[in-house]
Design a protein around this ligand. Structure first.
Ligand code: ME8
Length: 650
């Protein structure tokens, strides 16, 4: 594909390196990948940037707990994101880490310039500091004395710090948000930021004393301080270019889109735009804040144990099905709820029944009626309706890319799939083949059908690159989609007659009911085990605090195991009978890899007795036994002295 000399720059947030990458991170990154791929097909020179945010208190704390240097820690952790993006077929052109020299150098350069210009000053500061969020709050921000964001305890801190004169840009910013439609998208989110700006905008504290936080970029003009993690992180969007002059020269600024979740819209709209204004770089941003994914109606959280782990999902459903589902299920900008059932539904209806079936029947008919060779159309000027429908579709899709309306783009492409399926049904190749006149017509119908598929493959490619290439291979087209580009679908007839189709496997096999049941049961087990891991996370102190009343709601009781056996077809699960005095409970526990059933008989355990019953691999579990798990070793919780049965544990 020849570059048109046009440049396109788009970014994702740089993710906190400490987080385990989950479906939420994948969502933003896949969304960016779709646009990057489409714009490249259009002939743009694209820079698609993602990366990791590696400084700050949480990273330091985690490294200390592991007794390793923070740099060593982040060198290891950032790989999880890189590896996942490889698996998801993400075509990022660069990956920025905030601990890289190229990044640190630009952060220092900007800090020094702003300091020299008088945009940064030192002052004493007293405020309420939330350690996990690494943020200061004023008294009136607090909710019942706690952090308004994470609801945890805050500490009163007084110290000298450096401040960026952000407040002076308040009026400019408000005006800018109101007048530039592209600045904050979707437009409905503008009011959130304007609401934030109704209160006086203070200056931004951009330093942390080294004695409190030694893990960060030292201020170039005062080494007793490091840079506040957000001031550092936002500069990632330009640090790949090395210097401010280079950014101006590159033609890649301002970015065409900064994609992000709605959680960090305000930091971008307020901090980043005012920082750019102060630096003297064009602040014409295009921030697209997408919505939030929950799982079965709940917030994704390590302590609940419902984080949708993308690697596991890829093994179950394949990369392209997930990419498609995330982009199709929810309008970009709205919140969405993830469920495996909905994913299976989409695989079966949209991918297997519609797209997969169209490819399959076309290739089969080509084999049956034309010996696998795509025929020359005998009536190249016929079927104007079909061709117009495709032309309209291609134009609409193109326009929808500007507003990142992914779900509408896919709806439109699936409309074209529908149109092609109907064209085949209406023309009836199976009837045409029976007469000599019909055979004449058949060549045109089969050529057109294959050309429809070629166009569909190109339109599908940004969303499902692998599947689209498979479609091309089955159509016998050896030129990659990247090389074909969008130019080749602007006029009808890009497909070469005489090409030999290559019948292959089904593109998306249906997930039959039995298999779906098995998949859903496996998901349930995994979630159950994850929620146990969540309990471990709590011990690490990363979960929310609960009051004593909330804790007392959990009915923990002693119980004696009176029977134990393996759960059929499961490596991890044991089915136990636990006598808690008043009754005998059936409990399924994920301990089979560490305990033989026989060794458990007669053992006293602690049972969470008022958990909602749940089914694991088809077996009902009426409670949960407590255990500690570390690196795959599981030890049941027990007692020094043997208590009776059914005793409350507190
Ligand atoms: O905020 N639904 O990093 P982060 C949808 N390092 N998107 C989600 C999501 C969910 N449930 N969970 C996460 C940071 N995301 C900073 C950013 S940028 C200069 C610094 C996605 O690891 C979404 O894009 O917490 C969100 O904005 C981002 O991950 C937050 O990633």
């Amino acid at each position: 594909m020849k570059s048109l000399g046009k440049k396109f720059f788009l970014t994702t947030p740089i993710y906190y390196v400490n987080d385990v990458p989950h479906i939420g991170h994948a969502y933003t990154t896949i969304a960016a990948d779709v646009v990057a791929r489409y714009r490249r097909l259009e002939g743009y020179e694209v820079i698609f940037l993602t990366g990791t945010d590696e400084h700050g208190q949480k990273v330091l704390q985690a490294a200390r707990e592991l007794k390793v240097e923070p740099q060593e820690h982040v060198d290891k952790l950032h790989q999880r994101f890189k590896e996942l993006w490889l698996r998801f077929n993400i075509s990022n052109d660069d990956f920025i880490r905030t601990t890289e020299e190229r990044h640190k150098a630009l952060v220092c350069d900007i800090l020094q310039r702003l300091h020299d210009k008088g945009e940064i000053y030192k002052d004493s500061y007293e405020g309420w500091y939330c350690m996990p969020c690494e943020r200061f709050w004023t008294e009136k921000d607090l909710i019942q004395g706690n952090c308004p964001e994470c609801k945890r305890k805050v500490d009163k801190i007084q110290e000298h710090n450096y401040f960026f004169k952000m407040g002076q840009y308040q009026d400019w910013l408000k005006n800018y948000i109101r007048t530039d439609e592209r600045f904050i998208q979707p437009v409905s989110r503008r009011n959130e930021v304007l609401g934030f700006l109704d209160k006086p905008l203070g200056d931004l504290c951009i330093s942390r004393p080294v004695e409190r936080l030694p893990w960060g970029i030292p201020l170039p003009f005062d080494k007793k301080y490091v840079t506040y993690v957000w001031f550092d992180a936002l500069i990632n969007y330009i640090s790949i270019h090395g210097s401010l002059n280079e950014i101006r020269r590159s033609g890649f600024w301002p970015a065409n889109h900064h994609l992000l979740g709605k959680d960090i819209l305000t930091t971008h709209a307020v901090y980043w735009s005012t920082m750019l204004k102060a630096i003297g770089l064009d602040p014409a941003l295009n921030l697209f804040a997408h919505g939030w994914w929950t799982v079965n109606g709940q917030k994704m959280s390590k302590s609940i144990g419902n984080v949708v782990e993308p690697n596991r999902l890829i093994e179950q459903f394949g990369v392209d099905a997930i990419r498609y589902f995330l982009m199709r299920e929810v309008p970009f900008g709205m919140d969405g709820d993830f469920s495996h059932k909905a994913l299976i539904g989409r695989v079966n209806s949209d991918l297997a029944n519609n797209l997969g079936n169209l490819l399959n029947r076309t290739i089969n008919m080509m084999k049956r009626y034309h010996d696998c060779i795509i025929p020359e159309p005998t009536e190249p000027n016929e079927d104007a309706d079909l061709k117009n429908e495709f032309q309209k579709g291609i134009d609409t899709v193109h326009n929808l890319y500007d507003s990142l309306a992914y779900n509408k783009i896919l709806e439109r492409v699936w409309h074209l799939i529908d149109v092609t399926n109907k064209y085949i049904d209406h023309q009836g190749p199976w009837t045409l083949v029976k007469s000599e006149d019909g055979k004449e017509r058949l060549a045109t119908v089969m050529y057109n059908t294959a050309e429809c598929l070629r166009i569909i493959a190109i339109l599908v490619y940004p969303f499902m690159p692998k599947s689209a290439e498979t479609m091309m291979q089955q159509l016998g087209i050896e030129i990659s989609i990247k090389e074909q580009g969008l130019e080749t679908i602007k006029t009808w007839g890009g497909l070469k007659p005489g090409t030999r189709v290559q019948p292959g496997n089904q593109l998306f096999p249906r997930i039959e009911d039995k298999e779906a049941e098995k998949l859903l049961a496996a998901v349930e087990v995994a979630e159950k085990l994850d929620s146990k891991k969540g309990a471990e996370v709590m011990e690490e102190g990363t979960s929310e605090q609960v009051s004593i009343d909330e804790f007392m709601k959990i009915d923990l009781r002693t119980g004696k195991i009176i029977a134990a056996e393996k759960v059929e077809k499961s490596k991890k699960l044991l089915q136990l009978k636990v006598d808690i005095g008043s009754e005998v409970r059936q409990v399924v526990a994920g301990i089979a890899e560490c305990y033989e059933p026989e060794q458990l008989i007669g053992r006293t355990v602690i049972l969470a007795a008022n958990l909602k019953p749940a089914k694991l691999m088809g077996v009902e579990s009426q409670g949960m036994v407590l255990a500690a798990s570390e690196g795959g070793n599981i030890t049941l919780a027990g007692f020094d002295l043997e208590p009776g049965k059914g005793i409350r544990v507190r």
